[in-house]
Design a protein around this ligand. Structure first.
Ligand code: AP5
Ligand code: ZN
Length: 207
């Protein structure tokens, strides 16, 4: 399967991705995770992306299209892939050359997202996420699997969330319309519990 996951910040894309990935043996390509790794490693890509990411704005189309083109060639992606957080502009959707089967739209009201974003903790090297209220780790601040410390993302503040949401409504919502016209969008109720959302994903992928 070749899937795109679209939704605003905190809508659950990164939470559902590992489940879908394991069930269908797909590779998980998250542009946000790749960019954060590049910023941490201070690569040329990371240096170019850092400022926009900290402000909650989108990184330039050419940079992200380039990293997806490169990553999608990996042997592990030949059976299928999950694009998490890409494409996010109409230009990215048009430039992205590979045909996709399904777009999962994580539809949710903005009002729920601040609590999700400000309560999120993540394990940087695996991308595993937790939430202080909705999905707490066994020990506060510690990853269940590795015992390593969890961190909060720099852009997970109420103020930066505002610009991320603006970018979503202005630049990414048109991408949903673009794929709706192609008839491949499945709309999910992303405000439901993680388990209920997983069930909706499975239903969408079985039809
Ligand atoms: P990116 O990393 O993609 O961030 P995002 O789109 O803002 O999405 P998030 O990762 O915040 O949300 P999510 O949907 O994955 O939520 P999660 O499942 O973790 O992008 C970051 C930045 O990189 C961008 O701002 C931009 O600068 C740049 N960038 C990336 N891609 C780009 C592109 N294509 N073009 C240009 N620039 C790009 O869930 C959130 C929290 O809620 C967690 O704590 C989780 O435990 C909890 N939770 C999840 N589901 C539920 C549920 N059902 N009920 C209760 N709690 C839940
Ligand atoms: Zn994510």
């Amino acid at each position: 399967k070749r899937l795109i996951l679209i939704g605003p910040p905190g809508s659950g894309k990164g939470t559902q991705s590992p489940i879908i990935k394991d069930e269908y043996c797909l590779c998980h390509l998250a542009t946000g995770d790749m960019l954060r790794a590049a910023v941490a490693a201070k690569t040329p890509l990371g240096i170019k992306a850092k400022e926009a990411m900290e402000k909650g704005e989108l990184v330039s189309d050419d940079l992200v299209v380039g990293i997806i083109d490169e990553a999608i060639k990996k042997p592990s992606c030949q059976k299928g892939f999950i694009l998490d957080g890409f494409p996010r502009t109409e230009v990215q959707a048009q430039k992205q050359g590979v045909k996709v089967d399904k777009v999962l739209n994580f539809a949710i009201d903005d009002g729920i997202l601040e609590e999700r974003i400000t309560g999120r903790w993540m394990h940087p090297s695996s991308g595993r996420t937790y939430h202080t209220k909705f999905a707490p780790p066994k020990v506060h601040g510690i990853d269940d699997v590795t015992g390593e410390p969890l961190i909060q993302r720099k852009d997970d503040t109420a103020a930066v969330l505002k610009s991320r949401l603006e970018a979503f409504h202005r630049q990414t919502e048109p991408v949903i319309d673009y794929y709706t016209k192609k008839g491949i969008v499945a709309n999910l109720h992303a405000e439901k519990s993680p388990k209920e959302v997983t069930a909706e994903v499975q239903k969408a992928l079985s039809s």
